[in-house]
Design a protein around this ligand. Structure first.
Ligand SMILES: CC(C)(COP(=O)(O)OP(=O)(O)OC[C@H]1O[C@@H](n2cnc3c(N)ncnc32)[C@H](O)[C@@H]1OP(=O)(O)O)[C@@H](O)C(=O)NCCC(=O)NCCS
Length: 221
């Protein structure tokens, strides 16, 4: 993930067995008592990574509770993002003065069923997947890019974005993606200057697909 984001964003990654750590009381309260062990482990790994990333920026270790919608509540003046999948967890944190929003997603690298492809992909994205070089599950890259886009969009705009509300174009030569947000969603946004285009980077290995994107604070786009 480090290579997928600008230097101003601090990135911390945890892979087993490096998952352990402590939750702060405010975080444990968000998680509750009735969650399965795997959910507690993933949530904790995310918070451990978040504090490691904050430390890289010279920030003190503080709680990162979750809102009612499950989105992390970052300390004032900071923005961040968390992702976890089997065997991998990462958090990224930036200063709000430099970074408007950051999103990141990791997925297992596997083929999606035709049904899931249709739920995730617009027809243009399905056609794109058929054209791109073999050996990569391109619909999974599109899926991950869309989750990243949602993690960028939602904290600043506050509204839901469905999988068909962004058109993702993938460039394998540069390992980048460009997501164009549906004009109706942009028009409906209740903030000034909602993002209309979100660009990011991706990385693919035999096990994982990773995507990340950050908006610079001064661009306002
Ligand atoms: C929220 C969502 C993006 C999380 O992605 P995921 O692949 O299921 O899981 P990940 O491990 O990558 O990310 C989970 C983390 O996302 C973060 N998250 C949850 N809701 C979030 C939100 N609304 N905004 C930003 N981050 C959010 C949390 O930190 C969560 O981890 P935690 O609960 O342990 O703190 C996904 O569950 C979802 O709701 N997707 C539908 C919306 C969407 O993606 N639309 C596509 C728009 S083009």
């Amino acid at each position: 993930m480090r290579d997928l984001l600008p230097p101003a964003v601090a990135v911390a990654v945890a892979e087993p067995p490096d998952w352990d750590g402590q939750l702060y009381a405010a975080e444990a309260a968000c998680l509750g008592d009735r969650v399965v062990a795997s959910r507690r482990r993933d949530f904790t790994a995310g918070r451990v990574c978040a504090r490691r990333a904050m430390a890289m920026l010279g920030l003190p270790p503080v709680a990162v509770p979750a809102g009612a919608d499950r989105s992390p509540i970052w300390p004032p003046g900071t923005v961040g993002t968390i992702t976890h999948t089997r065997g991998y967890c990462a958090a990224a944190v930036g200063r709000g003065s430099e970074i408007r929003a950051v999103g990141m997603d990791a997925e297992q690298h596997r083929e999606l069923s035709p049904e899931v492809r249709r739920l995730i992909c617009l027809p243009e994205e399905e056609e794109q997947a058929d054209r791109l070089p073999p050996g990569v599950s391109w619909p999974t890259v599109v899926f991950s890019a869309k989750e990243t886009v949602y993690k960028v969009w939602h904290p600043i705009v506050g509204s839901w974005l469905g999988f068909h509300d962004a058109l993702v174009e993938v460039d394998p030569a540069t390992a980048t993606f460009t997501a164009r947000i549906a004009p109706a969603q942009v028009a409906a946004a209740s903030i000034a200057h909602p993002p209309t285009v979100i660009t990011g980077r991706f990385a693919v290995d035999p096990h994982l697909v990773r995507t990340a994107a950050a908006l610079a604070a001064d661009l306002g786009t």
